[in-house]
Every structure is written in C-alpha cells, then in structure tokens.
Design a protein around this ligand. Sequence first.
Ligand code: SER
Length: 882
Amino acid sequence: MRVAEIRSKFLEFFRENGHEVVPSGPVVPHEDPTLLFANAGMNQFKSVFTGEEKRDCPRAASAQKCIRAGGKHNDLENVGYTARHLTFFEMLGNFSFGDYFKKEACLLAWKLVTDDLGLDTERLWISVFEEDDEARDIWRDEVGVSADRIVGFGEKDNFWSMGDVGPCGPCSEIYFDRGEENACGPDCVLGVCDCDRWLEIWNLVFMQYEQQPDGSRKALPSPSIDTGMGLERITMILQGKDTVFETDLLAGIIDQVAVVTGAKQTSGVEGTPHRVIADHLRTLCFAIADGAFPSNEDRGYVLRRILRRASRYGYKLGMEKPFIYKLVPYLVGEMGDAYPELRSHQDLIVKLIQSEEKQFLSTLRTGITRFDDEVSKLEGEGSTFPADAAFFLHDSCGFPIDLTEQMGREVGIEVDRSGFEKLMDEQRTRSRAGSKSTEAVPVSKREFDRVASDLPPTVFEGYSALECEGELLALQVGSETGKLQVVLDRTPFYAESGGQVGDSGSIEGDGFRLAVDDCQRSGGGVFFHDVTVQEGDLESIRKGAGVHSVVDGIRRSEIIRNHTATHLLHAALRQVVGEHVLQKGSRVAPDRLRFDVSHYEKIDRQQLLEIEGIVQDWVLRDVEVLTHPDTPIAEAKAMGAMALFGEKYGDRVRVVEIPEFSLELCGGVHCQRTGEIGPFIIVSEGSVSSGVRRIEALTGTGSAERTRADEDLVHHLSQFLKVAREDVRDRIESLVEENRNLRSGKGRVEQTDYLAQLDGGHGERWTAGDAEVVTAAWESATVDDLLEVADALKRRAGVRAFILATSADDGVRFVIGTSGEVPRGVVHCGEVAKQGAGILGGGGGGKPEMAQAGGKEVEKLPEALEAMAKTLQESFSAVDQG
Ligand code: SER
C-alpha cells in the first residue's frame, strides 16, 4: 500500500463509523498565539473540546499537517539520526466531541490496526497512564490484549497536552515491536529505552481537562477523544521498512536529493544529510504554503533555522549554490493532490527558498572556515567552543546557535551556550539603548494594568459621537508638572489599539479644563487619558467630578480616513501581490498610514501604481462602510473576515465591511463612506526586516498637501530650467549625463574632492586595534574615483582596511582593500567582498588585498558595509590576539 492509500483507508474507516472527514487545518495556526505550528490533529478542534464552539457532527476524522520543530513538541534535533523522527509529518486522527469515550476509542483503534491494516497482534503493546485503571481494564477485558503486554507509565509519557495551555488528558498508546533484531541491547524494554525497536504508532488521548495558564486544570464540559497516528510511521511498518525515510514518499524525495546534489544516498550517519534535507524540504514547503516566511522572529525564525540546517547539510554534500528550491516541484507533484495549497503557492515557495538559500550561502563558507579554525585551536573532543566565536557565527554569518551546536556535536565539542546567551543579551541591551533616544518612551502597560485592576472597563461612546458627558473615576499625577492621567466612566476618546493612534481633544468640568494629548488602554479595557492641565487644580480635578469630553474632530477625521484606507490597501495588496500577503502591523495616524505586510521581495513600482489605482477606485465608488459589532467569532470567520494573525480575539468581535471588497475584524473607527478618504497616494515602500515590507501612504488633506508641494516643485523646476513641465525630466537627465561626462574628464580633481570629503569626516571609522577600518559611500562617484581614493588610502598610516562604495538607483559597486602594511593572509578581501555582495543580492570577488563587488539592493548598503566592517574588525582582532 502506498502512503496515499493508507491515508484514504484510515479516513474511510472512520467515515464508515459515523465520522465527518474534515480537511487538515493550516500548519501555521495564525489565529492561535499559543502555538508555533500545528502540532496535532486536535489543534483545529481546540475550542470544540473546550465547549466554545459547537459542530453539527460530534465525530470527526482528519489527516493533519504537523510541524514539531519548536515549542512543547520539538523533534528537530532527532531528525536524520533516528528511524522515526520528522519535523513535518501527517497525523491521522479520529475525534469525539462529548460523544464516545475510552471504550469505543480503544475498540475502533484496535479493529483498524489489526483487522483492516492487518498488523500482527503479537507485535502490539499498549501503554496506559499508570493511574488509569479504567483504560487498563478496557484493553484487557473489552479489547482482549494480554495483560503482560499492557504497561503503565507516568505523566511524562502518558498525559498529553497541546502546549502550556489548552485541552489535555491521560492517554494510551499503541506500540509496534520491531523485534529483538532491532533491540539496542539485552535490557531493551518498552518505555525504559528510547530506541527504534519500540515504535509508537498511535496515541489515544482521553481529553478531560483544559490546562490553565496558572498551572491548574479545569474539567472540559464533556469527556472527549483525540487520537493521533503518525502516517509515516504506520506506512513504515506496512511497507516493511526500517526507517520512515525508506517509505515511498520520503524515499522518492531522497532520490531527488541525490539527483540534484549528485551525491548518492548512503545508510547510517553518512546518510543523514539526505534525510534531513528531505524532511526539512517538506516543513519549509508546507509552512510557506500556509503563510509563514523565514524571518528573524518567532515561527519565521524556526523556518530560517530549518532552512539553514538543510543548507549546511547540502554544503556537506558539496552544494555551494542554492539547490533546495529545485526539489520543490517534485514534492508538489507528489503531495499537491492531497494538499492543493502546495500547488497554488509553488512559485512563491520556490522563490522564497531560493532567495533564503542565496542569502545564507553568501556567508556559509566564511562561517564554516571560522568554525573549523576555532575547532583546530581547541584540544579535541570534550572541549568547549568559545562563546565569542559562536556569537560571531550568529551575528556575522547568520548561523543559528543550534546549527553551531549541531556542528559541534558532530566533532564532539560543546558550545559555551551560557556565554553566548550573555553576549546576545548585551547586544540586545545595546540596541535598546540605541533606539531609546529616537523613540518616545511608551506608557507602561503594566502600570496601567495595576491601577486599572480595580476599575470597570471604560464605556467607549466614540463610534457614534465626538462628545459625551461622564464622571471622573480616577487620576494619577504624571511625572511632568501639569501632566495627569485620568480615567472616566465613559468617553468619546479612542484609546490606541489595532494600530489606530489615540484621540486628542479636551475634558472640562466644574472649575477645570484639561487638554487630552493621548489616550491608551489597559488589558482590561480601562482607558487612560494623558492630559495637560489648562485650568484648575487638584481640588477641582477630583474623583467623582462630572465632565464633558470633546474629541478633536478634525484630527479624528484624518485618522479615520487613514484607517479605512488601510483596509482598502490591505485588500488591494492581496489582489495585486497575492493572497499570501499578511498584515504584520500597522500605524494609523492623522498625518499618514503605515502598513507592514509579509512579502519576500520588493513590491515594484508597477504593482504599487496598480494598488494605488484600485484603492482610489474604491474611494471614488463612495460605498458605505458597514460595521457589525458584537458578532460571534465563529460567524465572523464564516463570513470570511480577515483577522490579524497572532492577535487574540474574544468570543464576540467587531467586523468592518466594505461590501464586495474588504472584510476585517477591527475595533477601530472608520469613515461612513469610502468617498471621505479623498485622494490616496502611496509615498514609500521599503523593507522593515527580512520578509516584511512597509508601505506608507497619505489620504485626505495629507495627500492634498503633498500634491500641492509636488506641484510647486515641478513648477519651480520648470521655471528654473526654462522648459515646459513635461520636459523637466528629460532636461534633468541630460544635465546629469553632461555633468558625468565632464567629471570623468578630470578624474584627479574629483579624486581630491572625495579624499577631502573623507578627511572632512564623511563615512565611518571602525576601530581595529590601534588603527581603523574606513567605510564610506557616495552617490555620484565612479568606480575609477573609488579606485583612486583607494590608492591613496593604501598608503595611509592608521588605515588597516577600507570599503568605498558608490550607489545609484539601479545598484551599488564597492571596492574593498587592505593597507600596504597588512601582511598577506590576515584577511581575504575577495571573501569579504562576497559576503557584502551576498547581502546586496549581487556578486563579485578578487584578490586577498583588493577586491570589487556590487549588487542591486541599494537599500541594504549600510547593512552590507557594517557586516563587512565587522568581519574585518574580527579578523584583525584575531591576529592581534595572536
Ligand atoms: N494529540 C495527541 C498527539 O498528538 C493525539 O492526537 O499525540
């Protein structure tokens, strides 16, 4: 039986036994912040078990895509080394929601494995939770398993929970004994050793409780069943294979790995790279198809680590160029029928994996060389890999710490993990300190929550009114004179949330007048108004005072125009760029809107114009914006409302609808009709972090002012250049060209200028022992200019190395060199240039003492300069220390 038949057979068996066959839930549980990835078939039924959601049929069965590579269930380290672990696998499961319980679950499972799948009963063992006599009796008396093959284990093995919170209960497992020939030794006993002889194939969970955040357990409304059988494991048994990697599907992928890499698959540890790559490929493809991208945070970072592990194993097989992406079409061909999302996202998956591989390969070799150098300095097995080297590998070469640890394990050394964490903490502190001066200090939510815990949630009147009467319930004196925070029983002021900034305006009472500067809210929904006292004192501004609150209506209109425009922008982005585009954050202020989305490459000018056009079209249609307050969450989802991933929503939500175009869960305030938004202009698009793009746009008066300013500029230019406005562009282009020609004729003069600029403080200096590494970038220089400056710097005392760059709209070139005094072999400029080019999405190289390179991603230039300067610093400090 091939894997696809086994999957169907399982589902068919339960369909015949009254179960509704349900498709897999997404492997990326965007709506469940407690989970990194789907780790079990029961995830999608979590709220059915807890009673929050009802299903028509109380029995279900599914084949669920699972990833266990982080969080409570994590098999990453084992993959490739055992016969049975995978980070991605399919879990076959049957579920009862308050319908049948233990006895029927055990009978059904036994019938399927013995009668329908034909497993030899002599090979099957059962484990039960040691306190669960009922389960033990059922297996022995009702099912007929011999008592000596039923073993009891403690909580660690036989009490299953989804995560730190969520449904849980005692469980019972069916094991397959792979025979004495697979025993790890004479004392190989089920439950005592963790070897591959005892293959757990099916786990039956008797769901009875819900784990609470405080550690306690609450009873579920009714006892339920959740079972999970690893499809790859049961296939391994039915196909008579020794590992899951030899079953039809995975073996096919492994053959492809061999074809693409040109390296034959071998058994034992030597075969680990093929197995890891095959497993990691599946994890990456399924996760990306469900909307998770490699990045530096949360699940994105898990994916990045997985990709980098696979890449490093590929490197072991001699792959110095991206290759994993080439395996995608095969996987899609094999699994695309069962999981069509793979097929519809194939292009995206290929592009994303290829670009991630490229990025990592640009530093992989440097990292591996550095790792090997460090290891050669150590005293062999059992020694400790130094924290600073692990930090360098992480920071400059993108080696996740678990990758360095894995490489360490392969040569029998351990990484100084605590020293590494300390260096990471120091770096975080440095970057926090660096960002403080530019960002306003946020009001502490914890402080709010403490003060707010005794107060009732504030009634928000501001959806329909800009002013209202109320009572002052509490006040706190602020740190600056004249500043207070006040809490009212009801308010028209919107408190910052969901990206929309807080309102401003005024609060008046008997004998006082307060200007409201901002409004924030506690977790429990108490609104804090940040106010400046304009009239009155603490005698009059007191608890119990009656107040009249008025929101600054003009500012509010500006905010809500941007908010409604954000919804239009979101929908238009999905139309133009693709359904994979997910909202990663937003800021809706009076002067502009900012919208962050997950996307793996630049959203180009053409796409931006198209998006702008669609939004403007919806503005001009002037359609009514509908709000559906107090909608049950299940109903909102059924309507197809988009939720912000990772956000926790209550049972009842507010849905904002722009009919036939956009539907989102949103607590914000909106225009009544789209026409109020006015002109909509996108003013910038750029990268915030890897895989996240930021769009900024203007509406209403903001865009009108911008248009006016642009008009003035064009008017001024046309006057100044004495040409018609349509000819301004051509004229400027020809002037720039002329200027370039003139300059290239007198290179020496220009060279002096660039050098003078450097001497005048242009660029950056990075200390390297008692001398410096100099980096500088210009927009107008030619490569010849840079080379002339380089010539001068090579002879300068005090300069050990330099990187000089010139950038234009379409790309960056740079020259990197060491001073004449640096001995050969200390740094290899060609290698460092490759590192920089990798970041810039380009290429280049050269000699140890001088190299040139470049790339297209102009906005990454500062990052590339910094990374290269750091590599140079590290190399010099390594020689300085001997
Ligand atoms: N939730 C249980 C498990 O993952 C059974 O499905 O093992």
